[in-house]
Design a protein around this ligand. Sequence first.
Ligand SMILES: *Cc1c(COP(=O)(O)O)cnc(C)c1O
Length: 405
Amino acid sequence: MLNFPIYLDNHATTPMDPRVLDVMLPYFKESFGNAASRNHSFGWVAEEAVEKARKQLAGLIGATSKEIVFTSGATESNNLALKGVAEMYAQKGNHIITAATEHKAVLDTCKRLEKHGSRVTYLPVQTNGLVDLDMLRDAITDKTILVSIMYGNNEIGVVQSIAEIGSICRERGVLFHTDGVQAVGKIPVNVNTDNIDLMSFTAHKMYGPKGVGALYVRRKNPRVQLTAQMDGGGHERGMRSGTLNVPGIAGFGKAAELCQQLLPEEMLAHGALRDRLKEKLMAELDETYINGTMDSRLPHNLNISFAYVEGESLLMGINDIAVSSGSACTSATLEPSYVLKALGAGDDLAHSSIRFGIGRFTTQEEVDYTAGKVIEVVRKLRELSPLYEMVKEGIDLSKVQWAAH
Ligand SMILES: *Cc1c(COP(=O)(O)O)cnc(C)c1O
């Protein structure tokens, strides 16, 4: 039995696992204490829940509890990492290196830092979506204090060579931050073998609640220091003031524990469903292109451009399936995705792309329905496309002299 609409947008957010909700509920009710209250059992119970979650998160990424700083989500974690390092290490240098395909929470933070005197290098990516490591090496200068390159991309699922990037940074004495939102809980991530100094992640992309995230901050070899971006009670070892979201944090911890337990089987299962979807679409539709390399990719991600089809019409045609398109994904504007453009995709292909995100609750039946529906709608739209018809007649569109428009 299929339930509609079908949810295949697990990069935007994931549904909460019911086991996570069960762990959270008592902290909304009888166990409502403030984790910073030291004088009574309400506070102790809350603090115990927070410390348990800290251990669960640390366990998932190979860190220690003291290296976990709770935040309101990965947007805040990225802001704290970049701004906190820029301010703390201002004496050492003012140069930051990032990539063109980062999430807006990194790119816009860099834009802000540029207004305050930082110099930022935005590395281009190769057509496969990967950063060129030689280019990264060449970009590092005496003034470089931080490299921020995401682990897995939220649009095209490409997984960067994180351990190598980390080792390049370490050799040169530069801190390495990664936005780990899409990777943590989905593929093995270990801050030690991956040479990571700072890492952002968030509960609602791993079957936990919205509004709670974390920043991993390395304590040893090297010890990373941050300037707090919020003034107040000095919570989280002075790095992030504010009363902790105890129910959210307890849920985040449970979500991490579940991801750690399920990761090996989920990687295989989600990868198999993704490949099934990909193979059906590619077998039935021509002029269809996969964005980003398949060789280094999150198992649950598929991003495909259907040439000669307008993305918005395609989305409308499959409106019983929740997915994202390569346009309009950041705002109400119909800008083609800057991530796809960074891979060298033309506006047309960027506009005609769909991101599919498999999740914990996705079934094979849903994948098969989706494949069938997409194939049907793409064929229908192409029947109406004069361009597609010309291509099928063997006309080279690049040689056509178009009338002025
Ligand atoms: C969703 C997402 C974020 C933002 O996380 P929030 O917790 O929603 O603030 C940051 N980076 C990436 C890669 C994301 O996918």
